[in-house]
Design a protein around this ligand. Structure first.
Ligand code: NOJ
Length: 755
């Protein structure tokens, strides 16, 4: 029988049925899932051991390596039916070509799965995820993931290694650029929005990508912010802060999960059966497949956890890892491990089922080429509509950090000196992990943005991003002297954040800081536009600049968006999702820290013997939730529906927000609470709700929040997720940096305070 015909028969459930009915995903009553389960079993029954192992093997098509390449023989393996998935192969024609080999030249013709890091766009690149998160706009983030999925699937892809849902509080760690910031509540909402965006309504639609929640788990807590470093963390912190975004992704039905590189409390995540089986499968209810990070099975040897590669593979497989990304360990050793009875056939079958199930859900058995569609690819990728949407997302991601004397927005009649190594840049602007985004001129630089809107300006580069060439300084200074405002576009290169880009110095590179000082000395009003993938120490810049706009790496349409914001065509409303410290010594720093027994602000505290630094204040430069607007907002004292909250009830909190400035604007209205004491200590504040509102100048809007008993639960010492009765404080504001204004009491039935 012809291979494609065979697959079609299997797809229709006509092939012989196997006796094995043991599914690894949730036992389901859903007839569609039952049907898929039957089809999966029927394919499985036809497979040889080598073919089964092949389904667990994922290789890169060479480019975009993020570790040792190890093995470049993927084409031979493909022809032998020894791999089930390929990553980094993109484009309709290339994926079609590879798929054809899998379908026509292998014994069973099982279609390949094509994966890729579609992190913030495929070819139309959106701002880096940390930037997008500053929009606090879930619909926007869902839609940008949707657009990324539409472009990527039109180019033959089935699967993205995103979203990264790692909570991190460490500006040294370069990968904060890829995530949603430091807060668990916000991070969980973002995880859900991004999974929904990538996966759409139904995986069988041809524009949906399998999502991948990564890196499981606690990767963002690497010691000293050094990438891949050790994580040692209490179970309480893990449960309360680091796992909930994964739970949110699982609740949104995320198809796959990627294991982290790091060890957690002595056990590498990739061989951690507690994390993968007990927590992910049994407690969270995950029913997709688990893939490793790049060669992370192999890395259990240098971790000092596995004796050799075979042992590493056994631990990964037995812990519940279904697919080996680039390591080749399953390919080379699984058969031996099965022969030696260190791995059961049933466990391998489970892994294969988990993978085949998703291939069926994507519709690949019906039509293996359905995603490789040249016409659609040309139509969808970089469409006008997508570029316009990328501009909107970039506008909404920007955070106005400072704006003295209303330096911004710029006026059309001002002569602008546009200076800096990133002002005319079309390379770094799309940031790290930017898919197939072009770095050769497709992106719109700020200079091009100014030109497109006919602004009056002159451009001088001034310096490179790094190095010690000061030869451009003088012309930058001369230009600034003759101009009304100097706009300097400065910051990091795209390679200074992202994977393997940890920094112990989180300042703008030295040469650029000198350039800023030189321009500042002219006395011309100074605006800094910042490109960076992490919080930076901006203490000196904050003193020098009249205005600072955090633009992150704003993506393909970034230059238009920055121009829109600088000239007030869009009034910025972004709020930080990661604290900006005063210096690297404060790191890790986050808004929801613990109070300690000796907080500085305690009444009667000794001036010296308190928890503080002797050389810098405790507060960060810019706190979580902070961000200015061209207008101003006034918040009324919140009104509470009651001063008590009982089991089963809800507490309503209403605040009036008024736009008191001269521009229409948007504001992220944030509600924070503090649990005064508990059986385990509680953070000084916790974000519990927020709403993004839009107000015309002079307009007032009532913003109403509801808090239920469930919103106040936390993990106690026995790791139970519970409520504890007691007094809570709250405030509603436009930043986390605000005093408490109200309080209420939580009364529970099962306490002395019972009703
Ligand atoms: C390593 C990275 O940690 C991970 O996030 C990425 O998805 C893989 N490489 C594949 O490129």
């Amino acid at each position: 029988m012809h291979k494609t015909l065979k697959i079609l028969c299997i797809g229709l459930g006509l092939a012989s049925m196997t006796s094995c009915h043991n599914t690894t995903y949730k036992e389901t009553q859903d007839p569609a899932e039952q049907e898929i389960s039957r089809k999966v079993d029927s394919v499985l029954s036809l497979m040889t051991l080598q073919e089964k192992i092949g389904q667990t093997v994922l290789y890169s098509s060479i480019e975009d390596v993020t570790g040792p390449t190890l093995d470049t023989n993927y084409m031979n393996y493909l022809k032998n039916g020894e791999i089930g998935a390929i990553f980094n192969a993109t484009g309709s024609s290339f994926t079609r070509e590879l798929q054809k080999i899998a379908v026509e030249e292998t014994r069973l013709g099982i279609p390949l799965l094509f994966g890729y890091d579609v992190i913030h766009g495929y070819k139309t690149i959106f701002p880096i995820p940390l930037g997008e998160s500053a929009s606090w706009d879930m619909d926007l983030m869902e839609k940008s993931a949707r657009v990324a999925a539409e472009e990527a699937t039109a180019a033959g892809l089935h699967w993205t290694f995103a979203p990264m849902v790692d909570i991190s509080r460490d500006a040294r760690w370069g990968r904060v650029a890829e995530g949603g910031g430091e807060d668990t509540y916000l991070g969980s909402l973002i995880a859900k929005a991004r999974v929904k965006g990538f996966q759409g309504e139904d995986l069988s639609d041809i524009n949906t990508l399998l999502a991948c929640a990564k890196h499981y788990a606690a990767y963002g807590a690497a010691q000293a912010g050094r990438d891949y470093h050790t994580v040692d963390m209490s179970e309480l912190s893990l449960r309360e802060y680091y796992l909930p975004p994964f739970q949110a992704a699982v609740d949104a039905d995320v198809a796959t999960v990627m294991t982290a590189f790091n060890e957690l409390n002595g056990v590498p995540a990739t061989g951690n059966s507690y994390l993968l089986k007990d927590v992910l499968r049994d407690q969270m209810g995950f029913n997709g497949f688990v893939v490793t990070d790049y060669t992370s099975i192999n890395e259990m040897v240098p971790h000092g956890y596995a004796r050799d590669l075979q042992h590493a593979g056994e631990m990964a497989m037995n812990a519940g890892v279904d697919m080996d990304l680039q390591g080749g360990v399953y390919k080379d050793y699984l058969k031996k491990s099965l022969d030696e009875k260190n791995v059961d056939m049933e466990r391998l079958d489970q892994a294969v089922r988990n993978i085949l199930r998703l291939k069926f859900k994507l519709g690949l058995f019906e039509d293996p080429y359905r995603y490789s569609n040249e016409e659609l690819e040309t139509e969808v990728v970089l469409s006008e509509e997508n570029l316009a949407f990328a501009r909107e997302v970039a506008q909404k991601s920007m955070v106005l950090l400072k704006n003295d004397k209303q330096t911004l927005p710029l006026k059309d009649n001002q002569k602008i000196a546009l200076i800096g190594p990133l002002a005319a840049d079309e390379f770094h602007i799309i940031g790290n992990w930017s898919g197939r985004g072009d770095r050769d001129g497709t992106a719109v630089s700020i200079k091009e943005g100014f030109e497109a809107q006919n602004k009056t300006f002159t451009y001088v580069k001034g310096s490179e991003i790094t190095g010690d060439d000061r030869s451009g300084f003088q012309s930058a200074v001369n230009l600034a002297k003759q101009s009304d405002v100097a706009v300097l576009v400065v910051g990091e290169s795209e390679r200074m954040s992202g994977e393997a880009a940890s920094r112990t110095n989180i300042r703008i590179p030295e040469i650029q800081r000198e350039l800023i000082k030189a321009v500042k000395a002219t006395g011309t009003p100074l605006v800094l536009v910042l490109y960076n993938g992490r919080p930076l120490n901006l203490v000196e810049e904050n003193e020098m600049a009249d205005a600072m706009l955090e633009a992150w790496f704003p993506g393909t349409s970034g230059g238009h968006a920055v121009t829109d914001v600088l000239y007030g065509r869009y009034n910025p409303a972004g709020k930080l999702t990661l604290t900006f410290p005063r210096n690297v010594g404060q790191v890790p720093i986050h808004y929801n820290m613990k109070n300690t027994g000796r907080p500085q602000d305690l009444e009667g505290a000794h001036p010296r013997y308190v928890s503080r630094y002797i050389d810098v204040e405790n507060a960060p430069l810019f706190p979580f939730g902070y961000g200015l607007s061209y207008t101003s907002f006034n918040y009324s004292q919140p009104q509470l529906s009651s001063t008590t909250l009982r089991d089963g009830e809800k507490l309503t909190i209403i605040t009036e927000v008024t736009n008191t400035g001269d521009y229409d604007g948007e504001e992220v209205v944030q509600l924070y609470i503090k649990d005064r004491f508990g059986s385990v200590t509680r953070p000084v504040k916790e974000l519990k709700a927020f709403q993004k509102i839009s107000l015309k100048k002079g307009e007032t809007q009532k913003v109403s929040f509801e808090i239920s008993v469930d919103d106040l639960k936390f993990y106690n010492r026995d790791l139970e997720f519970v409520n504890e009765a007691g007094q809570y404080d709250l405030f509603v504001a436009g930043s986390s940096d605000h005093a408490f204004t109200n309080s209420f009491e939580l009364k529970m039935r099962d306490t002395q305070n019972n009703l």
